[in-house]
Design a protein around this ligand. Sequence first.
Ligand SMILES: O=C(O)CCC(=O)C(=O)O
Length: 354
Amino acid sequence: MGLSSRKSKTSSSRHNGKGHTLEKQLEAEPNRPVKIKSKSKSKMSNKWLWIGCLLVVLGIGFALLGDKIHISSVWSGRRKYEFDPRPVPDFDIRRGIERRSNLSLEEFTELYDAKWPVLVTDAMQNWAALKKWTKQFFITNYGAEVVSFKGTSGKLHQSQGLAAPIGLFLQHLHESAPNQWSYADDEVFLVRNPELKKDIDTPIYLKEDFFSLLPQDIRPWNAMLLWGTRYSRSTLHIDPYNWTGTNAVLRGRKAWKLFPPGQDHLLYVPSGRSSGFPLDCPKYQSQIDTFDYDPKKFPLFKKAKYIEFDQLPGEMLFIPTGWFHQAYNREETLAISSQVWNTQKLQTSYARNR
Ligand SMILES: O=C(O)CCC(=O)C(=O)O
């Protein structure tokens, strides 16, 4: 080892107070290499060890304090469900409703499923029901079958649950006024008359459905018959279990208002109510009728942001999980609603609750 290199080592070792001794040794025996004890080196290692420990402790602290424990997958039975956490989207209602046809499953999943509502204009093309399900068809073939409906001679919140033979109900369907309407919303009509299900079909977008994993007796009925007079309407609500909902209009015209998540405080939703569904499912129902709304009673509602549009026969609406929605039948309107729980719904709910 040359002297210059020995010198430089010596000078660097001054920082740890050993330079003095080494210099003396060098002066005494200039041609003999001097071994620099590794003590200073181990001190350096210790320093990095401490810094490393500190970083680990800080990392754990931040993870815990920031409540960011991350679960990326869950096993259920022998199936593994992967979660792909994503930021909660920024809802910009200027995007409005989009009408799509030839929509691939990949595009549906990427752009809409559990994220943004969409009207698909060719999802019902093969439904025999589009032509077959006339008023006369039901009066002739199912006239005596009982249908449940709600009716009011006043406001939405004054409506009552009723039941009548569907033949009778349909014979009076043309009788309505802004404050006098009736609306069949029967979850079991198609269950009791299962041959009718052959006239409708499940589009590719709804093939994955975790409800099918539940025991039959706690699984929600699928395919609700919705047949209303002009002026009839639903409440403003989120569907039970926060499912992804669909609504397929066969006849008539439906007006919609859809509210992106995060606005419950503006929508006057009483808390602590149960939907009546099993599995402890809360009821998410607003007191507001957005189509006949009293600004004095519900002043905060004017701040709520929503998209509104009309849905026409042959169009299927997909309502994302967690969106409050209300429908209003501008004419006598026949529709079928249904629902799924799928990967996108679970991922979105998971991301929102992180
Ligand atoms: O078409 C309607 O009246 C709305 C139905 C609805 O919101 C639902 O099925 O969740």
